[in-house]
Design a protein around this ligand. Structure first.
Ligand SMILES: C[S@@+](CC[C@H](N)C(=O)[O-])C[C@H]1O[C@@H](n2cnc3c(N)ncnc32)[C@H](O)[C@@H]1O
Length: 235
């Protein structure tokens, strides 16, 4: 079982997301516990302020350190003295990939801090955050969707959540390569036929075909992945 605490100023964004699909299933099966906390609950002024103008000038606002550090420490304790791993969603962070998701899914407790505005006062990062994670080389307006991405990626890796765990093993990135194409009925659609090997009933031939297709598609679309996926002689 993995526990995830989310800190956000927009907790409502998570409502339907947490109820649906595998994230909902994982929680019903008690494999995943997600608690969403409103960061404004840790403010002390009448307006529940979480942001302020940046020192040195410049556009936008910056998230104040006090509510964020207090919230993290009240939820899971001080940095260096806690079991939980505290993540900040940030375009400056380590880029998320399947290996990172697997590592996160193996932890007991995570905290995901969702920033907004221009980002977070650096002292809050130094004092409360263990790791900054980016979901890609682009900028969105807040950390909520990046956090949902991570939660969804983690939920499907938690043992006992997916009906057929083999489907994970076959997936893109799991073995450092992209997945082979899929087909379902009908056998002929608008004149396009399903490759005959997939209808042959020969499991060995199907496995060989899928391996070859995976290799070809990875070579064409993501040659950077090939190194880890196949041995030197196969490249
Ligand atoms: C508008 S962005 C701030 C961008 C920041 N000023 C910069 O240039 O790096 C607001 C927040 O959205 C989240 N965010 C935006 N893009 C992200 C990404 N690619 N990965 C993870 N979080 C992201 C982060 O929490 C970020 O602090």
């Amino acid at each position: 079982m993995i526990r995830i605490d989310v800190l956000t100023i927009l907790p409502g964004l998570f409502d339907s997301f947490l109820r649906e699909s595998f994230v909902g299933v994982a929680q019903k099966k008690d494999r995943l516990v997600v608690s969403v906390h409103d960061l404004r609950g840790w403010t002390s002024d009448r307006h529940r302020t979480v942001d302020d103008t940046p020192y040195g000038g410049g556009p936008g606002m910056v998230m104040k350190p006090e509510p964020l550090v207090t919230a993290v420490e009240e939820l899971v304790g001080e940095k260096g003295h806690r079991e939980a791993h505290v993540l900040l969603t940030s375009p400056r962070g380590r880029r998320l990939d399947q290996a990172k998701l697997e590592e996160l899914a193996g932890r007991k407790q995570l905290v995901m801090v969702c920033a907004r505005y221009e980002g977070v006062d650096q002292r809050a990062i130094d004092l409360a955050i263990d790791e900054e994670i980016s979901v890609g080389d682009y900028v969105v307006s807040g950390g909520e969707i990046p956090a949902m991405l991570m939660i969804e990626g983690i939920a499907r890796l938690v043992p006992g959540v997916l009906g057929n765990p083999e489907s994970i093993e076959m997936e893109s990135f799991q073995n450092g390569r992209l997945e082979a194409p899929h087909y379902t009925r009908p056998a002929i659609f608008r004149g396009q036929e399903v490759p005959s090997v997939l209808r042959s009933g020969d499991h060995g031939a199907v496995a060989d075909w899928r391996r070859e297709q995976a290799h070809e598609i990875t070579k064409e679309r993501r040659p950077d992945l090939i190194e880890g996926a196949f041995g030197e002689e196969e490249r």
